[in-house]
Write a protein that binds this ligand. Structure first.
Ligand SMILES: Cc1ncc(COP(=O)(O)O)c(C=O)c1O
Length: 413
């Protein structure tokens, strides 16, 4: 259960953030607002900071033990949050979500086999599938216009955002044609869409019928909004236990990406055997600080998490209002999870990759839509895990760039 009251978690001011040395703050000069990579601007949750300080005070900087308290920590969180019963003995910790995806795919395929992904999709998915020696099979998600588009509040019966759906017919065709693995992103990045129970149940039936293994990347799930409904894939039906592996982490929800720790969750001996057959280095490469922080997040981090979700939801509504007023041509289906906005800038005439214009003319760094697949032409992904005034400034800058572009004579460009 969520704590409706949460706690007040406010993003740090730019002057403090610019002292950080992570990717978000070291890629662009100070005149650029960095709303690109998926890092958040909130201060670290106190229980996590305390655990890390305690570890430093004990000089506790050796190897992370593969047998540790992560199974119990994650199982407790999954039960409280989603009513999902996880067996702690079926939780294996590892270095990060990306490595876990590559290594499990590698284990499940013979080189060249197909792995299905749903563009527009988190760009590294294309690369991770290839790194594992597999072939990318694209089954784009379906957008459900018109009522679900443009700043809508619409939700479906399950509370999931109604703007998107899995193309089950195309998915079945891909499975029937021989795909071995389906790399599902739930909630979906960049759409912030928690997949509906109906879609996930249908996926489970297809996966069983065609003997496809589903790897469900659920790293954004703890950030599901109060009006969203996240369903863990392994909880939708008993069938999923035999055919699915969940890979997740505290890294997105508690902003711990640099600490390197993730978990692989299974629910059957068959899938557990897959994880046990991975090279020993997969669990061994995890970071001790990542493990300590991840356990603190899952056991003591929920009050902070609810505060962050409240802030992020506030920003989501603010973004919708700002776009309505200042950039009414921009398409935006409000996400129901996480802090990423998938913006259709096609109407601005900024070309297939509007991120170039946004950076040059507005000094706002966002991620190029085409990086997410060909469906992303004309789009950008904007990170709104920041302070409301930073978000307002970013939209004002983009709007000013549109007006100055319009008011310039043709020859000036
Ligand atoms: C859907 C998704 N999967 C994986 C990752 C990367 O996770 P990690 O840093 O643990 O490899 C991200 C990062 O933003 C993501 O959005």
């Amino acid at each position: 259960m969520r704590h409706p009251e949460g706690m007040d978690v406010t993003a740090e001011p730019l002057s403090l953030l610019r002292e950080r040395t992570s990717m978000k703050w070291r890629t662009y000069p100070d005149d650029v607002l960095p709303l690109f990579v998926a890092e958040m601007d909130f201060p670290l949750a106190e229980p996590i900071a305390r655990s890390l300080h305690d570890a430093i005070n004990r000089s506790d900087t050796g190897y992370a033990p593969p047998i540790n308290g992560m199974g119990e920590a994650f199982a407790g969180f999954a039960e409280r949050r989603w009513g999902w019963q996880v067996d702690p003995a079926q939780v294996t910790s590892t270095t990060d979500v990306s490595v876990a995806i590559v290594e499990t795919i590698r284990r499940l395929i013979t080189p060249g086999d197909g792995v299905v992904i749903n563009p527009p999709i988190y760009p590294p998915f294309f690369e991770l599938v290839r790194e594992a020696g597999a072939t990318v099979i694209e089954v784009p998600l379906v957008h459900l216009p018109p009522e679900a588009t443009n700043n809508t509040e619409a939700t479906d019966a399950t509370g999931a955002s109604a703007g998107w759906a899995i193309d089950l017919e195309a998915l079945e065709q891909a499975f029937a044609a021989g795909a071995r693995v389906y790399l599902l992103c739930n909630p979906h990045n960049p759409l912030g869409h928690p997949h509906s129970v109906q879609d996930l149940t249908a996926v489970a039936e297809l996966a069983t019928r065609y003997n496809v293994t589903v790897i469900s990347d659920e790293v954004h799930a703890p950030l599901t909004h109060s009006d969203g409904a996240f369903t863990p894939y392994l909880s939708v039906s008993p069938e999923t236990a035999e055919t699915a592996i969940c890979i997740t982490s505290a890294s997105k929800a508690w902003n711990l990406a640099g600490l390197k720790c993730a978990v692989m969750v299974t629910a059957s001996e068959r899938m557990r055997a897959v994880i046990e057959s991975l090279p020993m280095e997969v669990p061994w490469r995890m970071s001790q600080f990542g493990l300590i922080a991840g356990i603190a997040a899952f056991t003591e981090g929920e009050e902070w998490l609810d505060g962050v979700i409240a802030s992020v939801e506030g920003n989501r509504h603010l973004l919708a209002e700002l776009l309505d007023v200042q950039l009414p041509g921009v398409g935006f289906t409000q996400p129901r999870a996480s802090y990423l906005a998938w913006l259709d800038l096609g109407a601005l005439g900024w070309g297939d990759d509007p991120s170039v214009v946004a950076l040059e003319r507005a000094k706002v760094a966002v991620i190029a839509g085409p990086d997410f697949g060909r469906e992303g032409r004309g789009f950008v992904r904007l990170n709104f895990g920041c302070a409301p005034d930073v978000l307002s400034e970013a939209i004002s800058r983009l709007a000013a760039a549109v007006s100055s572009h319009r008011s310039k004579p043709e020859s000036a460009d």
